[in-house]
Ligand binder design. Structure first.
Ligand code: AMP
Length: 285
């Protein structure tokens, strides 16, 4: 495994790729969710292809009140996990290298990114889109792997790749979970014991919403009311950001659910904001 520390070195390498490349962008603090994407990346390109992982805590996607400075950066452990997962290249640039202070160009997605996490975290998806655009140019992957856990991000990246004509197939990996169903996240490490116990409520609530739909409920408003009530009962000290049901492709909310929809939730457990989702195909719609 080779560690690539600058964007210039990455660009030089990728200009000469003569094998298929699968790319997993991350912010590090790797857990089994990231490793599952690395495993999927290897499956996509086989033993003759190359698997590239980036580890970059992207300052552009953090708001001023967010956790940029305390975001975990256990690089030695991350590299160990990459090595044992069979990664070929780890790209680990510095922040000034990726975003020189004189930078003036950003990439905005202006439909899917406006609501949900985009409303709660202004500028977040601009930061994501800008860095992913740069990473795609630097790494030149054939496949890029993203987790379904970050559902809105995945939808936005699919659109970005299509509209900016990147010759990359965006591949989604299923959400890896803890035993109580909590989606694995680098941010789970921030939770106190009590918050950690309560955090399972997000998953339980979304599963209940999916069950409601499967058993015939079609009113988005009624589903959302039930979700809020259940979540409050399970985690009275947590604060809901959103609990909603939207179309799985355009993320628009309709009064009646139909087709393929996704239940999306975001909630604060103390200062820690966690997200999760559940996709449901509405029967007979
Ligand atoms: P992050 O390091 O949080 O930026 O995440 C890097 C990639 O890993 C993103 O595509 C995430 O969607 C994905 N990811 C994060 N958590 C999980 C999980 N629990 N299961 C699967 N993929 C995940």
């Amino acid at each position: 495994m080779k560690l690539v520390k600058s964007s210039a070195a990455m660009a030089r390498l990728s200009a000469k790729w003569d094998r298929r490349v699968a790319f997993v962008p991350t912010m590090g603090a790797l857990h089994a969710g990231h490793v599952s994407l690395i495993t999927l990346a290897r499956k996509k390109v086989g033993s003759t292809g190359l698997v590239v992982v980036s580890i970059f805590v992207n300052p552009l996607q953090f708001g001023p009140q967010e956790d940029l400075s305390r975001y975990p950066r256990p690089l030695a452990d991350d590299l160990r996990q990459c090595r044992s997962a069979g990664v070929d290249f780890v790209f680990h640039p510095s922040a000034p290298d990726m975003h020189p202070s004189a930078s003036s160009v950003v990439v905005d997605e202006n439909a899917l990114a406006l609501g949900l996490c985009g409303a709660a975290r202004p500028g977040h998806f601009r930061g994501v889109c800008t860095v992913v655009t740069k990473l795609f140019h630097l790494v030149r992957p054939d496949f890029a792997l993203f987790g379904q856990k970050d559902y809105q991000q995945l939808a936005i990246i699919r659109r970005l790749a299509r509209e900016l004509n990147f010759p990359v197939a965006v591949v989604a990996g299923p959400t890896q979970r803890e035993r109580d169903g909590l989606a694995m996240s680098s941010r789970n490490a921030y939770l106190t014991v009590e918050q950690r116990r309560a955090a399972g409520a997000l998953r339980q609530t979304l599963l209940r919403g999916a069950a409601l739909i499967r058993t015939g409920e079609r009113s988005a408003a009624r589903i959302e009311t039930r979700l809020r009530k259940l979540f409050h009962a399970l985690a009275p000290n947590a604060r809901i950001d959103y609990l909603t049901v939207v179309d799985s492709i355009n993320l628009q909310r309709r009064h009646r659910v139909g087709g393929r929809v996704v239940l999306l939730g975001a909630a604060y457990f103390g200062a820690t904001r966690l997200i999760d989702n559940e996709v449901v195909t509405v029967p007979n719609s």
